[in-house]
Design a protein around this ligand. Sequence first.
Ligand SMILES: *Cc1c(COP(=O)(O)O)cnc(C)c1O
Length: 361
Amino acid sequence: MSRVWNFSAGPAALPLSVLERAQRELLDWNGSGASVMEQSHRGKRFIAMAQQVEANLRELMDIPDDYAVLFEQGGATQHFAQIPMNLAVEGDSADYIITGHWSEKAASEAAPYVRVNVAATSKSESYLRMSARETWKLDPNASYVHIATNETIHGVQFKQPPDVGNVPLVADMSSDILSGPVDVRRYGLIYAGAQKNIGPSGLVLIIIRRDLLERPTRPMAKIFRYVEHAAHDSMLNTPNTWGWYLAGLTFEWLKDNGGLAAMAELNRQKSELLYSTIDGSGGFYANPIDPPVRSRMNVPFTLHDSALDAAFLQESEAAGLLALKGHKALGGMRASLYNAVPLQAVQVLVDFMHDFARRHG
Ligand SMILES: *Cc1c(COP(=O)(O)O)cnc(C)c1O
């Protein structure tokens, strides 16, 4: 068997033991004689599992009882639209903080449903830094304030939630959920597509303060309404049963490995190892992002001469290092260091980078 070191930005690496367990359980899940994918979400086995998965997530993230947890579909992208549909009525406005590709997309997808006020943007600085909180033009009457806690493409991350007063803070955590402890109480709504740090694509976690479920909305079908999903335990229609199951395996793996505090420490070590290699390369490699907002999950970097990119990619792949090609919007390289990427993978990567720089420097 030849597993590679996987730095994919998403869909991304899953813990090996999670995959092995899914493989073991595939044909006969939980003594049922069938796979988890082949049985009713209304059956008692699935319902018991679903409840346990939610309980484990609540424990891991310390989610208070006055927050509902939803297991949705449609990708984070669908919720870029569904969030304003649920939190605003016609004529309302919402504040958006633009720190990179995904928060920009969230704002543009929200625009048909809410008046988007760009309260801050670092686009003119190529998203290399974040605009200081004091410069944000927040509207105290906004329906909510939207941020992306981690910009998967641009590699910038909020290390702490910003203070936005009494307006609910809505956060796209698709690429850094579960990477460390968060104070859920600081947020009105947290959402995350599963395929970066949880499980397979096609599942979206939503953690929403229950009072926000009661907001008036425009007329719309039940399937778009979070309050309906909450009332039906995310089984208004057939959920992504496989995704829910695999997310559950990842949550158990996190609990067995010290929980989110342990993940935060590991992610700090991994990212510091890579950033110090880049910064210490004498200009061979570069990451121009303002250090305090550098992401611990996604590390974009360039080679001093882009003519070497093809050789870097070809040689790294030959060395068993997968998916280091940067996003097409930025070029260069990107290494994604999600929870399932072990410290050893980053050690192998930086050893390769030193060696490559020596041979091509
Ligand atoms: C990947 C990603 C998305 C888009 O997720 P889809 O599941 O493709 O809709 C949105 N936001 C962030 C921060 C992401 O990393």
